[in-house]
Design a binder for this molecule. Structure first.
Ligand code: F6R
Ligand code: MG
Ligand code: MG
Length: 366
């Protein structure tokens, strides 16, 4: 059986009209580069797309996770797009997420977001690739908990003996650089004690209790890498589905509830996450509301059959209407918490520069 690795590596390397969309020429350039890599046999297949201002490189290969050649290919592609397209066209924030000049074998910690998983391709292998714009990795905590641990979302947890044992969640503490694995259902309450703090504890991987990889998420926090605000780390995630894993529809069901995520304007506000088609994956109102796309693929000996644009469906129209109702409500708060993020999260934005000015104006109260 073929052991295949799916790598989804993304970066914002500049966009058209502010932080709105990737320019078609950027996509074209990235495609050309990955096509060459496929011809040399480095990768089996690829699909280039965008979610808002983020350029998404989906690649399949047999080199495993964290492979220097694959990460190097992604890095060089982002660099090339920046130098050959973003900069000459004076696109906005050209090369924004490329935080280092020197690539040293792995894009983790350099700016681009990465979700990867290696597995033996099953006789039929349906996967869903998620990409979001104007939010952060913690945005996946709630929906992925629902998919893999909540029987009110995923009928298979109750009905299908293969899902009945539950799943194990590997969670990253992105502030301390620590990792913990907790099993559901037994440790569900402990897991939720972490996952509720979305800015710090982030789902990294989910496995079946037999050790089958089921989901993998990006966990970068650009602001922590750069030590200054360089945009939100618009996250990506890969989920395997069916035949003992949650069904495609059980995975999508979790996104029918437009939960509040951190991000939106200046990465500083809470807003509802809007499931959209590729066509509508572009942020407008108040640089939002935050968007998410879901692309379905069937793997065929490492080749990507698809995509199926899964949120391109009237079944999600009601969610999108709700999103706009919530967006209206949240925006009426203007600069006030809890619509604006709390002080801890604002540390990583440009707000401290503004507050600095007031420092000397304060006097001691007797
Ligand atoms: C959020 C985002 C945008 C920008 C905003 C200001 O992730 O990318 O909301 O923060 O448009 O951008 P600058 O500071 O580049 O003018
Ligand atoms: Mg941008
Ligand atoms: Mg973005």
């Amino acid at each position: 059986m073929l052991k295949v690795t799916v790598s989804l590596i993304k970066a914002d390397v500049g966009s058209l009209a502010g932080h709105h969309i990737v320019h078609p020429k950027q996509i074209e350039a990235a495609r050309e580069n990955l096509k060459l890599a496929a011809e040399t046999g480095l990768i089996l297949d690829f699909y280039v797309f965008n979610c808002g201002d983020d350029l998404e490189l989906l690649m399949t290969h047999t080199k495993g996770e964290d492979n220097p050649e694959i990460h190097g290919l992604a890095w060089n592609t982002f660099k090339m797009v920046t130098d050959n397209v973003s900069k000459p066209m004076k696109l906005y924030a050209a090369g924004q997420d490329l935080l280092s000049d020197a690539f040293s074998g792995n894009v983790r910690g350099l700016g681009p977001g990465v979700a990867e998983m290696e597995f033996e391709e099953r006789p039929s292998e349906p996967i869903i690739v998620f990409a979001a714009d104007k939010t952060e990795p913690g945005a996946f905590n709630l929906p992925l908990f629902r998919v893999f641990a909540d029987p009110f979302n995923t009928a298979g947890l109750v009905i299908d003996p293969r899902l009945h044992k539950g799943f194990s969640f590997t969670v990253l503490d992105v502030l301390e650089g620590l990792r913990v694995t907790l099993n559901c259902p037994e440790e569900m309450y402990d897991l939720l004690a972490l996952l509720g703090t979305t800015g710090r504890y982030v789902i990294h991987k989910i496995h079946s209790r037999e050790g089958l990889i089921a989901a993998s998420c990006s966990t970068t926090r650009l602001s922590l890498i750069a030590g200054r605000y360089v945009g939100k780390d618009d996250p990506v995630c890969i989920v395997r589905t069916q035949s003992g894993l949650p069904a495609v529809g059980e995975v999508l069901e979790a996104f029918s509830f437009p939960h509040l995520v951190a991000g939106w304007m200046r990465g500083s506000h809470y807003g509802p996450l809007m499931p959209v088609s590729l066509r509508d994956a572009k942020c407008t109102r108040f640089d939002g509301p935050p968007r998410i796309v879901a692309l379905g693929f069937q793997l065929n000996n490492g080749k990507l059959i698809g995509p199926a644009d899964l949120f391109d469906d009237p079944a999600f129209e009601y969610t999108r209407m709700k999103v706009m109702e919530i967006a209206d409500y949240m925006r009426r708060h203007g600069p006030f918490m809890p619509a604006r993020l709390g002080p801890d999260e604002m540390e990583y934005t440009t707000l401290p520069q503004v507050l600095e000015k007031l420092k000397d104006r304060f006097e001691k109260v007797k």
